[in-house]
Design a protein around this ligand. Structure first.
Ligand SMILES: [Zn+2]
Length: 315
């Protein structure tokens, strides 16, 4: 039996233990944060690989980097290979979409996609249109956001599962009339065929494409197709409402550009209502100046936080 003093010490110890437990519970419940600084670190790593056009050694290095990154983060990674012909010489080019599944047991899913190829040439460059195109914002930024989003998405309580999809050949454009969005076309056709055949265990309720989201002067207007498609409009509203809740002023709640991006085949072929999140006012677009200097951690963080806030609000 202890003295009164002992009891006092014990209850102080108990109070300390209870406090520590409560703090640990709080820390566990605290949602994982999205760090713009870390996302910029990922973007630097992608830029260091050099140009990453479809079929190139740079693209292959990037693919290995992404597979390792997402496997280490606990995602289930699969590859979706396909082939196209290079219209310059007719030779086959090996393409590959990458899919990273989080909580694959959840049948109700959301797709978050980004193209991860870079344009073969900076053909809008006034000085050097056959020069080196690094594609840090256009091709790199969406990938960097997803790399940073991994930990937070893994911790999402549900009910939805999330797939990150990296599309190859969004702009494997070497001749004037070359088609765009080959990877998302292939993905959407495969998905639609599987749904039709009854062999698709999960369904995408909607999707989001992230493209050119690192511009240091970030201003993301709503994309016209996304607003006009009745099934996709709620995705737009959901994202821009999430931005308003967070006070993220880079998301401007009115439509501006019409963009033919990966969301078009996903919605038109795959029947997945998909919103394009893109800052299409980018002076360095398709020039040799699409480099790290144009990008900021703050912009990446704005986009990452909004996507995460929107995901957390899905019921
Ligand atoms: Zn582009």
């Amino acid at each position: 039996m202890g003295s009164r003093a002992d009891i006092g010490r014990r209850s102080a110890a108990w109070a300390g233990w209870a406090w520590a437990t409560a703090a640990a519970t709080l820390a566990a419940a605290e949602p994982a944060a999205f760090s713009g600084a870390r996302a910029l670190g990922h973007l630097e790593a992608l830029a260091a690989l050099g140009p990453r056009p479809s079929g190139s050694a740079g693209m292959e290095r990037q693919r290995e980097l992404l597979v390792a990154h997402f496997q280490a983060a606990g995602g289930r990674v699969s590859r979706q290979p396909f082939q196209v012909r290079d219209r310059r010489g007719g030779q086959p080019v090996r393409m590959e979409n990458l899919v990273v599944e989080w909580h694959p047991d959840r049948a109700d899913r959301v797709l978050i996609g980004a193209h991860y190829d870079t344009r073969p040439f900076p053909d809008r460059d006034p000085v050097d249109p056959r020069g080196v195109f690094l594609g840090v914002n256009d091709g790199g930024s969406g990938v960097a956001v997803l790399m940073e989003l991994a930990a937070a998405v893994r911790a999402l309580p549900g009910p939805v599962g999330v797939d990150f999809v990296f599309f190859d050949a969004e702009e494997f454009v070497v001749a004037p009339r070359d088609p765009y969005c080959l990877g998302s076309n292939h993905f959407a056709r495969q998905y639609a065929a599987a749904v039709q055949a009854g062999g698709q265990p999960h369904r995408y309720r909607c999707g989001v494409i992230l493209d050119m989201v690192a511009d240091r002067d970030l201003e993301i207007f709503q994309e016209q197709h996304s607003v006009e498609w009745p099934d996709t409009r709620p995705v737009v509203t959901g994202l821009w409402d999430a931005a308003a809740r967070l006070g993220v002023r880079q998301f401007v709640p009115r439509p501006k550009h019409t963009v033919e991006d990966d969301h078009v085949p996903l919605r038109m072929i795959g029947r997945i209502p998909t919103c394009d999140v893109i800052d299409f006012d980018y002076p360095a677009w398709h020039t040799t100046r699409d480099t790290l200097e144009q990008c900021s951690a703050e912009s990446l963080e704005a986009v990452g936080r909004v996507v995460l806030e929107w995901l957390r609000g899905l019921e």
